[in-house]
Design a protein around this ligand. Structure first.
Ligand SMILES: [Fe+2]
Length: 309
């Protein structure tokens, strides 16, 4: 078993790369590379790409995670059903191991993909919180437009066998539970998974596998700068008449301020900011599944967010 160090990207298929690129640009990603058959979009951080779309019928192919080293890829390649370590024949290069999860999604574990120069984040202002005054003599004057995604943060996958899938991701990639959610019989039916980095603080979740009647894609979530960025992104996407999903609100589990939208092919993407960070000293939480998507403010979830059988 290895411990993956972060989420790298998610891979999709769609029949119209132009349409996907314009949506993702409006959502706050930036084109990193484009070939005749695929689109690679980056965030503002140094990752070469965080979102891949191959030309084809709409589909979620699977998520990709970073391995710490090429040696870790070699260990990964020994897992049952894993590919050999192979060159990634795509912009950014690098190496990967592919392995299929219990629902047939193709998971990539990658290492050595080129990095790029980070982009400057705009619309950043110090905040004044009560007595914690940090902005003096400076006015907030926000520029409208796409809100910049700083980085990719987490993926949510709908799965048909939670136990098998949870065991697969934990045993192969070293994920650990931040919070587990139980049904009325007390059985754990899903878990918010974070990276295992010991004392280092990491996001409350990098992977959530949600039980569903049909396997499928849940959502892909990108961190934005602050609450201004969430609202500026919301207003811009609304002005472009894209299909809104849910938000703006503040989650209970994970605490993020969130806003969910659909891309033109029905794949849900999220802007979030101000989430919880945990480390090995953080106790695992247990919560009723019925309250997993409760909000601390904002509207409750639309029914399609979680369709527990
Ligand atoms: Fe999310």
């Amino acid at each position: 078993m290895i411990k993956v160090t972060d989420i790298a990207y998610a891979r999709f298929r769609a029949p119209d790369l132009d349409k996907m690129e314009s949506f993702l640009t409006d959502f706050g990603l930036v084109r990193s590379a484009r070939t005749d058959t695929a689109l690679y979009m980056r965030a503002a951080n140094n990752a070469h790409h965080v979102h891949v779309t191959e030309l084809g019928d709409p589909a979620f192919v699977g998520p990709a995670f970073h391995a710490a080293s090429e040696d870790e890829l070699k260990i990964m390649a020994q897992a049952p059903g894993a590919s050999e370590v192979e060159d990634i024949n795509e912009p950014g290069g690098g190496k990967r191991v592919r392995i299929t999860d219990p629902d047939g999604f193709e998971v990539e574990v990658v290492h050595g993909i080129e990095t790029v120069e980070p982009l400057t984040i705009e619309n950043t202002y110090d905040t004044n919180f009560g007595d914690n005054v940090r902005r003096r003599g400076e006015f907030i004057r926000l520029k409208s437009g796409p809100t910049q995604c700083r980085r990719l943060g987490h993926v949510v996958i709908n799965v048909t066998n939670f136990k098998a899938t949870d065991a697969f991701y934990k045993s192969n990639f070293g994920f650990i539970s931040s919070d587990e959610c139980q049904n009325e019989e007390g059985e754990t039916i899903f878990a918010f998974n974070r990276l295992d980095k010991g004392k280092d603080y990491v996001d409350h979740h990098t992977l959530l596998t949600v039980p569903a009647k049909e396997a499928g894609f849940g959502h892909l979530a990108f961190e934005v700068e602050d609450v201004n960025a969430v609202h500026m992104g919301h207003e811009f996407l609304k002005s472009k008449e894209y299909h809104h999903s849910w938000g703006i609100g503040r989650h209970f589990l994970g605490s993020q301020i969130f806003d969910y939208w659909f891309d033109p092919f029905g794949f849900r993407v999220e802007h979030w900011t101000d989430g919880d960070l945990l480390n090995e000293d953080s106790p695992m939480g247990n919560y009723p599944a019925a309250h997993a998507l409760d909000v601390q403010w904002g509207t409750g979830p639309e029914t399609r967010m979680i369709d527990i059988p």
